[in-house]
Each structure stands twice: as structure tokens, then as C-alpha cells.
Write a protein that binds this ligand. Structure first.
Ligand code: ABC
Length: 485
């Protein structure tokens, strides 16, 4: 599927090892141990209704290839980011048939499969830590790269502001080095290009999340992407739009990290969090990214960063932050477990087992919230045929604790004030959003508000909850959203 095919989708991100077991069992899973807990592809297949039931129509799974075996100084490779043999699958997650079954089960339900892929490095436990590189590894394990000449000379990245270091040196440390493939070496390059072509076709993959994309020269990526032939979204872990921008030409797009940091900071610092930084970041990204922000992956949690609720548990604030990915330009991504209220902090604590929640959806306000957001976005897409190609715009507010985002038919009103605060937003008639004759429905509560006769709008919220307003007319054909309107 192409980037355009992905724009109307919503992605549920799973850490394969932590989502579900194929046999339905629920073993304990101590995240601090950094070991495999047993989740696998069959477990995902068995629980697709849980994911689809919340309105998601795509999943992103952990890297699928065989990883370093046994334990390392950083534990086991349960997350999948330590490839050892790229031509074989990670048997902890299942067999080739299981992965094919997952792909076809998804397609049978009209859903897409996004696979995480690692090209930057492979991993082997050092055999002899006292020896000097390249004598340190058994290269025969690293398939199909079997020799030190496939790698950049060992050095560890110590200056992330030095792009040569970032591309040529290694991630990890001497305890667990991530052997940095020499992606200037034409044999390595050709191997990777044909590998990705085969992987996508063997498992009928619809999109790729490209790990560590900033650690490889930009001009490696266009041919990689064309061999893949599907939507590619790169991980450029950076808070800076100008740095990330060129990668939106090398790949289809990037995970929207700069905005992520702005959103995380805005919602986890009480009312001193500055919502106007979100406006600045998105505006820059809309201007600088290829295709604006229409193809970005928009998220507020993932496997590398502390969950929102590790910092803030006020449910109004949590709901505001969770609303963000669904009301802006990008493709929304929800990291598994957020809907269950998980609170894990930094890696590895943020990789809790979802089965411990029992996949319960009853009396789970955040499950309901996500379900409503997905339904609202689908309704917006079907009501306004240019929704997906209309840039989100921001209506300036007097307080930096509030944000008003217009993406017709949505007007989303967010606040970081929390449940004991009151917030207000005003939309001047000069914004040109309304004529004054509309009735607007907050799809999160089904309450209505009306603009004044001049088209201006004043809204207040007493418990710090977000509002997602849509004209009642935009809902009339929808069965599920505020159907009495
Ligand atoms: C293991 C342990 C951790 C331990 C860590 C050092 O080692 O488990 O407890 O803290 C995988 C595993 C991890 C594992 C690592 C290393 O491998 O999942 O558990 O950590 O062995 C991707 C994946 C990630 C994966 C890998 C490796 C890469 O999403 O899950 O990790 O395949 C860098 C990379 C980025 C990578 C990330 C983990 O590290 O660029 O691709 N993620 C700065 C740098 C970033 C850097 C980041 C963190 O620090 O610019 O490049 O990311 O080290 C902003 C700034 C940014 C700054 C951030 C922190 O702040 O603008 O520049 O990022 O404001």
C-alpha cells in the first residue's frame, strides 16, 4: 500500500512479545528482567477483534527477523531490534506460516500490516571482550554478512551532533555493540535492497517502520523504499524539524518526533506546559516536510519513551494528550497499553504485557475515548472529501494552556489544565469557520454548542476535558457517533 493508501488509516503499535500469547495464557512478565515473556504472532491473530473493535485498521509489529540468542548485557532480544540472521525469522514469535497467517488474517479484516525493519545494524554477543575489533565477534553468526568487511570500523557514537559519527559509528556500547553495517559497501547495499523486496512480498506487508533511519546516509533510502514498494515511515529520533525534513524526501515520511516532544512537554508540566510550542512545531513541519505532515506517523507514546501516565495521571490531561494524534494531519498511532491506562516509565518499564489487562474493554474510559476518536476521524474523512489533504490550522488563544486546532469538520479544543481546572477557548468570527447557523457537537460528550450569529464561538470546559467539535450536519449520516443528534 502507498503512502496515500495509509493516510485514512489508524495504527495500533504492538511490541509482539508483550501483546498476547497464541495459547491464550497469561504468564507474569517482569519488564525489568528484559526477557522474552511469550507474546507471538498467533497471539496477535487471536486478538485482532480487540484492536479492530477500537477502530484501528492497521497494526505495527516488532521486527520479525531472527535476533541474537540467549542473554546479553542488556537482556534478551524480546523487542526484536537486535537482528542476527536477516534471512530467518524470530522463532520466539512463530513460524513463517504464522507470520503469513497474521498477514492474511489482517487483510481478511480489511486491515494493514506494518513491519518494523532494522537495516542499520546486526548484533552478536562479543566472543572475546578483551580482544580488539575486529577480532571480537563470530561473524559467521551474522547472516548473510559473515565478515568484518561488511561493517564500519568500530567506534561508538558519542556526539549526536556530528552526523558522520551518527552514520559511521556504532550504537550500543562495548557490553552490547550494535555492529554498524557498512551501507556504503555495494554488496551490503544490494543485499539489503533484495532482502526488503523479498520480505515485503513473502509476507504481503503493507508498510514499513524504518528503524534508526538517521544512522544511514540519506541517499541509501530512496532505492530501499522503491524496492520495498510500500509506505515507509522512518524513525528519525530528534526534536528538530529542520534535521528531520530531508528524510521525508528519502522515505515517504517520518515519525513525527519533533511534535511528539512538544506535545509531551505541553501535557506533562501542568499549566506551565506551553501549548504554543505545538503550533510552532507543526507549522514548521507543514512548511518543511515533503508532503507537509500528511504522511507522518503521529504518536504520543512508543517503546522508547516513558508513557504519559508515568508522569501525569490526571485523566483529563491524559485524554487531551491522547486526542492529539487523531485530530492533526498525520496518521495516528496508538502504542498498545495506553488504552488500558498503562503507566510504565522509560525503557524497559514501558513494555508491559497487555495480557495482564485481560483485554478488558468494559469500564475502560480510555478504550471508549480511543474508540470515539477513531470513529470521529473516520466520519470526518467520509464527510469532507478533502479532510486528509487539508492542513490543520491553529487559532491563536490568549492562554498557552489551551490549543484550538481546526481541520474541518473538526475543531479540537485542548487544554493542559487538568480535571480541577476550567478552560475556555474563543474563536473569532475572522477565523471564518462558522456562519452562525450551525449546531456543533462535542463528539466526546455529545454536548452541543452554538456559534454566535457573527460566526464567533466561545466555549468553556469545567473539568479540563478535551473537546472535539463537529457540525451536527457532519454527523447526521453516522450511526455510531452521538446518534441522537
Ligand atoms: C538498551 C536497554 C535500555 C538502555 C539502552 C542504552 O540499551 O534496554 O534500558 O537504556 C533497542 C531496544 C532497547 C535497547 C537498544 C540498545 O536497542 O529496544 O531496549 O536499549 O541496545 C530505535 C528503536 C529502539 C531500538 C533501537 C536499536 C533503535 O526504536 O527500540 O532499541 O535498534 C537512538 C537512536 C534511535 C533508537 C534509540 C533507542 O537510540 O537514534 O534510532 N531507537 C538522542 C539522539 C537519538 C537517540 C536518543 C536516545 O538520544 O539524538 O538519536 O536515539 O539515545 C530530544 C533531542 C534528541 C535526543 C532526545 C533524547 O531528546 O532532540 O536528539 O535523542 O530532545
Amino acid at each position: 500500500a502507498s503512502a496515500d493508501d495509509w493516510t485514512n488509516r489508524a495504527i495500533y503499535q504492538v511490541v509482539t512479545d508483550r501483546f498476547a500469547l497464541g495459547n491464550g495464557s497469561s504468564p507474569s512478565c517482569d519488564t525489568s528482567q528484559k526477557t522474552y515473556c511469550g507474546g507471538n504472532w498467533q497471539g496477535i491473530i487471536n486478538n485482532l477483534d480487540y484492536i479492530q473493535g477500537m477502530g484501528f485498521d492497521a497494526i505495527w509489529i516488532s521486527p520479525v527477523v531472527e535476533n541474537v540468542q540467549g542473554t546479553t548485557t542488556e537482556g534478551e532480544a524480546y523487542h526484536g531490534y537486535w537482528p542476527q540472521n536477516i534471512n530467518s525469522l524470530n522463532s520466539n514469535f512463530g513460524s513463517a506460516d504464522d507470520l503469513k497467517s497474521l498477514s492474511s488474517a489482517l487483510h481478511g479484516k480489511g486491515m494493514y500490516l506494518m513491519v518494523d525493519v532494522v537495516v542499520n545494524h546486526v548484533v552478536a554477543n562479543p566472543t572475546n571482550t578483551s580482544s580488539v575489533w575486529p577480532e571480537t565477534f563470530d561473524y559467521s553468526l551474522l547472516q548473510p554478512f559473515g565478515g568484518s568487511n561488511s561493517f564500519h570500523t568500530q567506534c561508538f557514537i558519542d556526539d549526536y551532533n556530528n552526523q558522520t559519527d551518527v552514520e559511521q559509528c556504532w550504537l550500543g556500547d562495548s557490553g552490547l555493540p550494535l555492529l554498524d553495517l557498512d551501507t556504503e559497501n555495494s554488496t551490503v547495499v544490494d543485499t539489503m535492497y533484495s532482502w526488503i523486496k523479498n520480505l515485503v512480498s513473502d509476507y504481503n506487508i503493507d508498510g514499513l517502520r524504518v528503524d534508526t533511519a538517521k544512522h544511514i546516509r540519506q541517499d541509501f533510502w530512496p532505492d530501499f523504499a522503491s524496492n520495498a514498494g510500500v509506505y515507509t515511515v522512518g524513525e528519525i529520533l530528534i526534536g528538530n524539524v529542520t534535521y528531520a525534513a530531508p528524510y521525508t524526501k528519502a522515505l515517504d515520511s517520518v515519525l513525527d518526533y519533533p511534535t511528539y516532544y512538544a506535545v509531551y512537554d505541553a501535557f506533562t508540566n501542568g499549566t506551565s506546559g506551553n501549548m504554543s510550542v505545538i503550533t510552532e512545531m507543526v507549522t514548521q513541519a507543514q512548511d518543511q516536510y515533503n508532503h507537509g505532515t500528511f504522511y507522518v506517523g503521529s504518536f504520543v507514546e512508543n517503546q522508547d519513551n516513558p508513557r504519559i501516565q508515568s508522569t501525569v495521571t490526571d485523566q483529563s490531561i491524559v485524554k487531551n494528550a491522547m486526542t492529539w494524534p487523531f485530530i492533526n494531519d498525520g496518521i495516528p498511532i496508538l502504542y498498545y497499553g495506553q488504552e488500558q491506562g498503562y503507566q510504565g516509565g522509560n525503557d524497559p518499564a514501558n513494555r508491559e504485557a497487555l495480557w495482564l489487562s485481560g483485554f478488558n474493554t468494559e469500564n475502560k474510559p480510555l478504550v471508549t475515548h480511543v474508540k470515539t476518536l477513531n470513529a470521529a476521524r473516520k466520519q470526518a474523512i467520509s464527510y469532507n472529501s478533502s479532510f486528509l489533504t487539508t492542513k490543520a490550522s491553529f487559532i491563536s488563544q490568549s492562554s498557552t494552556s489551551t490549543l484550538a486546532v481546526s481541520k474541518p469538520p473538526f475543531l479540537a479544543l485542548l487544554t493542559n489544565g487538568g480535571s480541577s481546572s476550567s478552560a475556555s477557548w474563543s474563536i473569532p468570527s475572522s477565523a471564518g469557520l462558522y456562519t452562525g447557523s450551525e449546531t456543533l457537537v462535542d463528539v466526546l460528550t455529545c454536548e452541543t454548542v452554538s456559534p454566535s450569529s457573527d460566526g464567533s464561538l466561545s466555549v468553556s470546559a469545567s473539568s479540563g476535558l478535551p473537546k472535539v467539535l463537529m457540525p451536527a450536519e457532519a454527523l447526521s449520516k453516522s450511526g455510531s457517533l452521538c446518534s441522537s443528534q
